[in-house]
Ligand binder design. Structure first.
Ligand code: EPZ
Length: 433
């Protein structure tokens, strides 16, 4: 396995182009199962999660081909309704195959996804929504069995104790577009990735109103046709680079950004004292306005502050003099980055689902740390960029799931960062895997 070696303290300057959004491309791939015609998806990020989703679609019987970098063609003429455990367990996002199989085949057998390091990943809202449409659902030996022959459009309330569900909304959409009658989804997720999915479904012939709003109206149609779609830019990747720029300074321009998808982050960076400029309608640059101020962050469903940027923001606050309180309302346990940041000198105390960060400039010093959840791992890279001395990060395969060519992009911007085989890591620093 590979590791990252980072020598911190260098600014980032130049231009970085953001890739297509992982969390849009995954349900978009699944939506191509809704038709037997050819779909073409562009601006697909080169990530292990997408290559894995392609493997699952092929197993189900679809033809899945990468025609060029970022350009994929999917044709699901014959399709199996069964997604086995050994495929589904490796990537939770494969749960969004459920809605596509139900929509196209009126039946599905899919292994229940396990939990993961950021906490339990239930799908009770997905099941509730499909049952509300009249699907007969049973659970047996860890598999969800769905019979949707009798499904009809209905009103569904999809809100849960942590607000809306992103992949739950994707599943309901992909089931409802081919379910006879009118389906109304209340408390639907408003994440931009869901709007992107809706636009592709409409291009395939689906009838959807309220795109981007918490209330979706879907009129079921008989069949859907093939379509082409360009994946929207990844707001989380963009936000990660903006926070990196806030941490290490320099003159970084982040290209192919939708500022309107980053409102909560830009608001927090402004509150912290950074000046945000837009060199063009699709790029952003951060420059230090004055002294950085600590800010409190609470993660919420979109348009609230995204949980996928929480770890990165906590890391920025660790080097910002003052007290910041970072609260997780989406995944209360999503703090795997905290023990690793503490090893690097961050002063963070946990209080339930809140991290109390006592920030101090220059508080981080390099150390051997362990990657875990995708976004916690990104936070450790940012910490290494800002820390004094050398940081070694193990298990960076977590990063390859969500950040395309992260090391190459950062090196190009001036970071002193190498991707090395773990055998190159000094043995006394290496932690037993
Ligand atoms: C999506 O996960 C993203 N993944 C996650 O990004 C992201 O963190 C999350 O949305 C929240 O924004 C993809 O889109 C592939 P949820 P998802 O269903 O859909 C609870 C990353 O790093 N819930 O919106 O699985 C759930 O436990 C990943 O890129 C239920 O209680 O998240 C959580 O507390 C990590 N019952 C909250 O809702 C359900 O049936 C939000 O979950 C479903 C969810």
């Amino acid at each position: 396995m590979d590791v990252f070696r980072i020598s911190g303290g260098r600014p980032l300057s130049g231009t970085v182009t953001v890739g297509g959004a992982k969390n849009a491309a995954l349900p978009l791939f699944a939506s191509c199962l809704l038709t037997d015609e050819v779909c073409r998806i562009e601006n697909v990020p080169d990530l292990s999660d997408l290559r894995y989703m392609a493997e699952i679609l092929r197993f189900l019987g679809a033809r899945v081909e990468q025609l060029a970098p970022g350009v994929w063609e999917i044709e699901a003429r014959n399709l199996s309704h069964r997604a086995p455990y050994d495929l589904v367990r490796r990537m939770r996002a494969s749960v969004c195959l459920l809605g596509a199989l139900v929509g196209r085949l009126k039946k599905a057998e899919i292994s229940l996804p396990g939990g993961c390091v950021i906490g339990p990943r239930p799908i009770d809202l997905h099941v509730k929504g499909l049952a509300r449409l009249g699907c007969l659902i049973t659970t047996e030996k860890g598999y969800l069995h769905v019979d949707a022959e009798g499904a009809r459009g209905k009103s569904v309330f999809l809100g849960g104790r942590h607000g809306s569900t992103v992949t739950g909304t994707a599943n309901l959409l992909m089931a409802a577009v081919l379910t006879p009658g009118l389906t109304r989804v209340d408390s639907a997720a408003c994440e931009p990735e869901i709007a992107d999915l809706c636009r592709h479904l409409v291009a395939m012939g689906a009838k959807i109103e309220g795109i981007g709003s918490p209330t979706l109206l879907i009129e079921g149609v008989q069949r859907l046709g093939g379509a082409s779609h360009r994946v929207l830019p990844d707001r989380i990747e963009a936000g990660t680079y903006l926070i990196a720029s806030a941490m290490v300074g320099g003159d970084l321009i982040v290209e192919d950004v939708r500022p309107e998808h980053l409102g909560a982050l830009l608001d927090k960076l402004d509150e912290a004292g950074f000046r945000i400029e837009a060199p063009s309608h699709s790029s952003l640059r951060l420059s230090p306005g004055g002294s950085c101020q600590p800010v409190d962050v609470i993660t919420l469903p979109h348009p609230g502050f995204p949980t996928d940027l929480q770890a990165q923001m906590a890391t920025l606050m660790a080097i910002t003099p003052g007290i910041s309180i970072i609260t997780e309302r989406i995944y209360p346990h999503r703090f795997m980055h905290v023990p690793e940041l503490q090893r690097m000198g961050a002063d963070i105390a946990m209080e339930g689902a809140s991290a109390i960060v006592k920030g101090r400039s220059g508080s981080l010093s390099g150390a051997p740390v362990m990657a875990s959840d995708l976004r916690a791992s990104a936070a450790l890279v940012l910490a290494g960029l800002a820390a004094r001395g050398e940081t070694w990060i193990q298990r960076i395969y977590h990063l390859d799931r969500g950040y395309e060519r992260f090391d190459a992009k950062l090196r190009k911007l001036g970071a002193d960062l190498e991707r090395l085989p773990d055998t190159e890591m000094p043995a006394d620093l290496r932690e037993a895997d």
